[in-house]
Write a protein that binds this ligand. Structure first.
Ligand code: GDP
Ligand code: MG
Length: 177
């Protein structure tokens, strides 16, 4: 209704998935609080962080969910995915097994989310060039195949972290506005 236009609010749920220790929690803490933790342990408690950005002069809020380490047991619950309209699927560019798991994470995502989900494939730890085992090309190709955006990031040195989240948020906004 037009009288409500000015009060229009956008709140998008975004989930971060991927194997254990790829840097999911640090990507979120870097984006939401500009913090990085070299010895981060899976902490239980914080379910999500809310971060705002402005698009077209409107405040758009992203509620970004982080697992509490359940992914180690492949036990991410359906509640985690419920209502998600965006997803960052993360692997570690220095560990091939985490890249091989991407397909399974996508299956799980598609099982739990029926709506169109804006998806970004994230190759994290781009600072570890010397032990890289997945090329940029490989990441790009997989993302293209799966209809995802693609970005290499480093939660450690901040490269592309903000950009990765904001591209997803902008894409969601585009589809709902
Ligand atoms: P999660 O299990 O996916 O949530 O991963 P964490 O965020 O807990 O990170 C796992 C480990 O990788 C920690 O020791 C982090 O310090 C480290 N880490 C996370 N992101 C990066 C990164 O971009 N570069 C490097 N070199 N290490 C990272
Ligand atoms: Mg974590």
């Amino acid at each position: 209704m037009s009288s409500d236009d000015e009060a229009e609010e956008y709140l998008f749920k975004i989930v971060i998935i991927g194997d254990s220790a790829v840097g999911k929690s640090n990507l979120l803490s870097r984006y939401a609080r500009n913090e990085f933790n070299m010895h981060s342990k899976a902490t239980i408690g914080v379910e999500f962080q809310t971060q705002s950005m402005e698009i077209d002069g409107k405040e758009v809020k992203a509620q970004i969910w982080d697992t509490a380490g359940q992914e180690r047991f492949r036990a991410v619950t359906s509640a985690y995915y419920r209502g998600a309209v965006g997803a960052l699927v993360v692997y570690d560019i220095s560990r091939r097994t985490t890249f091989d798991s991407v397909g399974r994470w996508l299956d799980e995502l598609r099982t739990h989310c029926d709506t169109t989900v804006a998806m970004m494939l994230v190759g994290n730890k781009s600072d570890l060039q010397n032990i890289r085992s997945i090329s940029v090309e490989e990441g790009k190709n997989l993302a293209e195949e799966q209809g995802m955006f693609f970005m290499e990031t480093s939660a450690l040195d901040s490269t592309n972290v903000k950009k990765a989240f904001e591209i997803v948020i902008q894409e969601i906004y585009k589809t709902v506005s």
